[in-house]
Design a protein around this ligand. Sequence first.
Ligand code: DC
Length: 223
Amino acid sequence: MSINIAIDGPAGAGKSTIAKKLAAKLGFVYVDTGAMYRAMAYHFLQKNIKPEEEEKISLECKNVNITITYENGEQQVILNDTNVTPFIRKEEVGNMASATSIYPKVREKLVELQKELAKTTNVIMDGRDIGTCVLPDAQVKIYLTASVEARSKRRYDELCKKGISCDIEEIKKDITERDYRDMHREMSPLKQAGDAVLVDSSELNIEEVVAVIEKIYKEKCSL
Ligand code: DC
């Protein structure tokens, strides 16, 4: 039987950075489910579909095929034969992903693929509904969060490092809105699973968070 580690939490809590590092350390496969919602969102944006057009989005889901491959251990998201991994990191795509992930047809399409990936492989999967919906039987469940201030500051520093000018108040507003949407949608909202361990990374650096989660994994799996 495969071992599954589920990491859920709000945007900017550091889930993907932590999950990637931990996966490399433990020899697990890292599955970034947010990237799948982003790839779907990228497709809708390319088709000029608006986030509120549920009917169009639901119909368009039939024309979307998402697959996951790995190149040098890095997840690649393939959208209808095109590798869209380099194109899905923009704020615009993240916001569209948050807005369109509320629709049942979008979620149905991706949850099935995510469950399949975890069936036979040791995975660390991160997202919003992994511990509550995608992998309810995961041996380890983490709810990774941080204050809005800490998450905004990290995003601000990241963009500044890339030479992209930005306003920290705008980032804060964006993060707060995304949190609200992800936590208040009807289907699979972001929430801490009853059996998940809460990890607050506001005052911790990356290595410290990795160490905390590795310890929880070892305890849960009696290693
Ligand atoms: O983790 P991220 O920022 O790449 O995710 C983008 C959006 O996708 C997020 O705001 C909500 C949605 N999402 C989701 O609904 N369920 C998941 N398991 C992962 C992401």
